[in-house]
Each structure stands twice: as C-alpha cells, then as structure tokens.
Write a protein that binds this ligand. Sequence first.
Ligand code: ZN
Length: 368
Amino acid sequence: MSLEFNVLATTAAGGRRAEMRLAHQTVQTPVFMPVGTAGTVKAVTQDVLERLGAEIILGNTYHLYLRPGHEAIRRMGGLHRFMSWPHALLTDSGGFQVFSLSQLRKVTDEGVKFRSHLDGSSHFFTPEHSMDVQIALGADIAMAFDECTEYPADRKRAEESLRLTMAWARRSLDYHSAHRDEVPWREEFEGRRQSLFGIVQGGMYGDLRRESAERLVEMGFDGYAIGGLSVGEPRELTLEVISEVLPLLPKDKPRYVMGVGYPDEIEQYARMGVDMMDCVLPTRAARHGLLFTSEGRLNIKGRQYAEDQGPPDAACACMVCRRYSRAYLRHLMQAGEALSGILNSIHNLAYYLGIMERVRGSLQAARD
Ligand SMILES: [Zn+2]
C-alpha cells in the first residue's frame, strides 16, 4: 500500500482538509513542509521540529547523493534512521539542483550530465538513477525526475522542456513501480510502500500545463505536484498557473505546489485546494535576520530594536517568542552568534506551521 488520502472536509472555494497516511506518519493537510536540504533543516534540531508539530520534512536528493552518498545512507538504514527522523520524509528528484547548482550540464533525452558544485567531479543523472537514489534514501514520497523550465521561456523552449519532462515521468514511473519495494525499511514497515508523485510542468503556458496535467493523470501517480513556479515570475502568473492546473488533478490524490512561498501565499493556495507546500524561505530569511510576524516582516537588525524588550511577535506563542526579546535577537545577530540563526529559524518555522494549523482549523469548521 502506498499513501492513503482521506478528505475530511471541502469548501466551496476548493480548499480541502485531509489526512495523508504515509509509511512513517499520518500527515494532516494542508501542510507546510520545512526543507531539510542536506539531511537537516538548517539550524533546527529534530527535537525542536517535533515540538513545532512538523510531521513531514524534505530532503534534497542532489545534495545527499553527492554527500554523504545514497549508498552510504542505504547501508545505514535509510534517511529516516540516518538523521533520526521517524516521521514522514519527501525527497525531490534532484532535477532542480542539477539545473540550478551544478556546472557544465549537458541535457539529452537519456538524462543530464553535470559536474558537482562541490568538487567538480562528473556525474550522470537519468530518471532511473534518480529513482534508485530516492529508493536508497527511502523517503515516504519520491518525486519523478523532471526539468524545471526556467522563466522566462519562449513557447518553443517550454514545449521542448515539457516533452522531456513527460518522457522522464513515464520512465520514472516504470522504474519506480518495479523497484519501489527495495527501500531500506521494507522489512520494518511490511506492506507499506514508497509513493511517487508526478510533476506538472509547461512553463507559463496554460495549454501546456493542461496537457502536462492530463498526461500525468493518465499515467497514474500517487500524487501530483505543480513544479516550475517561484522561478522569478510575477505572483499573478503563479496564481494563474495553479488555478489552471488544480481542477485537472484527481480530487482523491494529494496536490503539492513546489517551492512556495510567502506566508500570505501559502494561506491563499491552501484555501484553493493545495494540500502540500515547501519553501526554504522561512529558514533562509531567518539566517539573514528577517522574521515573519503577525504584523508583517520584521528585520531584526534594525536599530529600533536595540532596547526593545518585547517578544519578536506578540501574537506568537512559540518557544522563542515566549522567552526572548527583540533586543536579544538583534544582539545575537549583530554579534554573529550561532544562536541567532537558530532562534530566528525556530520562530519563522513556528509562524509558517501556525498558519497551516489555523487554515486546517477553518477548513474543518467550514465543512457544513
Ligand atoms: Zn514566535
């Protein structure tokens, strides 16, 4: 059995409150997934993630493949055991990082040849290889290997990119179906399987997006993602693509918008019927001193906070806001203390997870 998705309530606007049963954890949706790039959500311990109520986090296939290596992680029992995270995990396909981080890429129908951004070593990723790596890591959800179409992309380029992504989706699905039971936890969780999501691409062209969605649904994945967003396009366009694609995706399968977004965006998309989202923004911004609060963005470096004894966000009950002042957080940042990134990240994640908790509550309440 791969994932089970039980919709508990839906609203007229399309929002859904659901439970997604995965091998390691039942996840309450809509959900925001903190990004744990290299087997760690930067600056936040697994204990704290649990206290914040995170049920599912991301791992990045490209980074873990290069270091420490997927075979090493397989030998250590898979990514859950290696990083001591007994809850749900999702790994991306590696495609996005291959295209954004690596050097000297050569893309053919077969796959992508690239050089590591770490040491310049040469590697070749195919859909089959991406599946192999993700099966070795053993996340609850793996993603089909795709090419993230850049923005802007002209029609011809978007068509060509989509052709590749669709062929790779087919190959990812075929290979994954044959090998999905080779995950490191197969004996521990007998009868439960790794799930595979397809990724809708097509640039900013509505008809290509529709074609992509329809073809993926025909292939039959465990869930569907909308990729290629938040790549520099204006926000109205992001919204337009999501609105175009959502109605084409099966109502009984999870829908995941990759790489979004700001707090108001994740709330808006969740209310439209997006079940899953992820973004590095809360943790990345935190390390630069940017806090998301109920009163908007707050740059903790500001002079005005030098002797401000109030909490970062008076409306937030997180472990940081209950204990520390803006003045102290500003001081940590000014002094370059390691605790600065830790505390800022914890608050921002608490804020993001809190938004989703509220949205889930209101979707549930709007049931009748
Ligand atoms: Zn807080």
